[in-house]
Write a protein that binds this ligand. Structure first.
Ligand code: C2O
Ligand code: CU
Length: 474
């Protein structure tokens, strides 16, 4: 693999000077074969009795296969669409070239049923990322289409073992099948479509995490729910946060002991198993009345090490351009609307409309900078136009009664402040949670040319108008 990567780099630089020279076939043969992802119908056993649940999965699985590459590797994925509707695949958090971003109508044509699309890009950043469709994502993600995308650091944090938890939820009827209420405008304008059954790595119920006393475990968390927000608390354990959204942060304990993981967000923890052999502890969701998400269960074997390890070493930063806030240009995005609070007025196709009057016909309930638009609408104005290389200070103001995890494609930003309070670590993120009537200030360099989605990752909100684009002009 390494040799082919090096050769490809050589070819790329040679290709820049000699664009017309055909590549010799022998070298073509050396490029890695693409990984195949086949989104299609699948079955999952979510309840102990009765029928299995019909879901959609990648390669028959929910979550889909873990895609894993070393940092700097070339990624080739061939997506064969076996779904009864068009799809695309988006690589959430990965700074890909625009044409590989997987957004229907904006960066590519949707992949029709039975058709194939080849994604091809290089992973510059190490960390925990994920992939999911961007076409009707409120339904396609809700039905089970998501998977982890892990890029390994050249020097990972030393641990005894690694685990990943993909958190998701399903809304099942008494027949064990998914309730077919995708696209309900009450979900679009309210708190999103919440499931009634939680799954951890596609398995229902409380998962047992079998550990041995003294172990140090890296735990990658992903919230793949369309709408559910988690507030995760570890009983009698104090894990270290080592990254958010795949991006290293100075290792620190979970502030206040409760970790917020909103839809689309990830956090990597280093968990020291400080319990005694034979003991067991809960991992709780404080948001959901303290429901148990998992149970850390210690084997009877003696501890792996005598003493508790100290703070882990920080991971090496990813090569993201650092925003210089002293020369940053100010921009803002204002969110309004939703089914609670003051009804929004939005501009739709150039005309001001009262959203609550046209909601059932248009299914638009939110505005961003006074505009309401359908997902990936073809005829739309970008929310922001940025110059390539521009240093951006972006203020987000949420004038709604709801929380919104806001996600930007193609870029990673620093969270400078939340509700006007400076953030302690100014963490790099690709998704930032903004509370009701709250605000956040972000900093980034508009380094990646193209038209990029900026949307709420409560996917029903995105479908209800909280989706727009930033254009980075070349
Ligand atoms: Cu995770 Cu625009 O998406
Ligand atoms: Cu939202």
């Amino acid at each position: 693999m390494n040799t082919s990567i090096t050769r490809r780099r050589l070819l790329q630089s040679a290709g820049a000077a000699l664009t017309m020279v055909a590549l010799p076939p022998a070298l073509h043969a050396q490029t890695p074969a693409p990984t195949v992802l086949r989104p299609g119908p699948a079955q999952l056993r979510l309840r102990p009795s009765g029928a299995g649940t019909r879901v959609w999965g990648f390669n028959g699985a929910v979550p889909g296969p873990v895609l894993r590459y070393p940092q700097g590797a070339r990624v080739r994925v061939a997506v064969h669409n076996a779904l009864p509707q068009p799809t695309t695949v988006h690589w959430h958090g990965i700074r890909v070239p625009n044409a590989m971003d997987g957004v229907p109508q904006v960066t590519q044509d949707p992949i029709a049923t039975g058709a194939r699309f080849d994604y091809d890009f290089t992973v510059e950043d190490a960390g925990t990322f994920w992939y999911h469709p961007h076409q009707a994502s409120f339904e396609q993600v809700g039905r089970g289409l998501y998977g982890l995308f892990i890029v390994d650091e050249k020097k990972p944090v030393p641990v005894d073992r690694e685990m990943a938890w993909v958190l998701s939820d399903f809304k099942l009827g008494r027949d064990n099948q998914q309730v077919n209420d995708f696209g309900d405008v009450a979900h679009f304008g309210g708190g999103g479509r919440l499931g009634n059954l939680l799954a951890l790595n596609g398995r229902p119920g409380v998962s047992r995490m079998q550990v041995r006393a003294g172990e140090r475990i890296r735990l990658r968390l992903l919230n793949a729910c369309t709408a559910r927000i988690f507030l995760i608390a570890f009983q009698d354990h104090a894990p270290w946060i080592v990254s958010h959204d795949g991006q290293p942060v100075e290792p620190h304990a979970i502030p206040g002991g409760v970790l917020l993981v909103g839809p689309g967000m990830r956090t990597d923890l280093v968990l020291d198993c400080t319990g005694k052999p034979g003991s067991s502890f809960s991992v709780l969701d404080r948001r959901d009345k303290g429901a148990e998400l998992a149970r850390i269960t210690y084997s009877l074997r003696p501890p792996v090490r005598a003493s508790v390890l100290g703070v882990p070493e920080p991971l090496a930063p990813n090569p993201i351009p650092e925003p210089d806030m002293s020369k940053a240009v100010d921009h803002f995005v204002l969110f309004e609307g939703g089914l609670l609070g003051r009804p929004a007025i939005g501009v739709i196709d150039g005309k001001p409309r009262k959203l609550h009057e046209i909601m059932s016909e248009q299914k638009l309930t939110w505005t961003m900078n006074y505009s309401a638009q359908h997902e990936h609408a073809q005829m739309h104005e970008p929310l922001l136009r940025l110059r390539r290389g521009e240093h951006v200070r972006l203020k987000l103001i949420n004038d709604t009664e709801f929380e919104h995890p806001m996600h930007l494609h193609g870029h990673t930003f620093r969270v400078l402040s939340v509700n006007d309070r400076p953030e302690r670590f100014r963490p790099w993120r690709d998704t930032v949670m903004i509370g009701p009537r709250g605000s956040a200030e972000l900093g980034f360099v508009a380094a990646n040319p193209g038209e990029w989605m900026f949307h709420c990752h409560i996917l029903e909100h995105a479908a209800g108008g909280m989706m727009g684009t930033f254009v980075v002009e070349d």
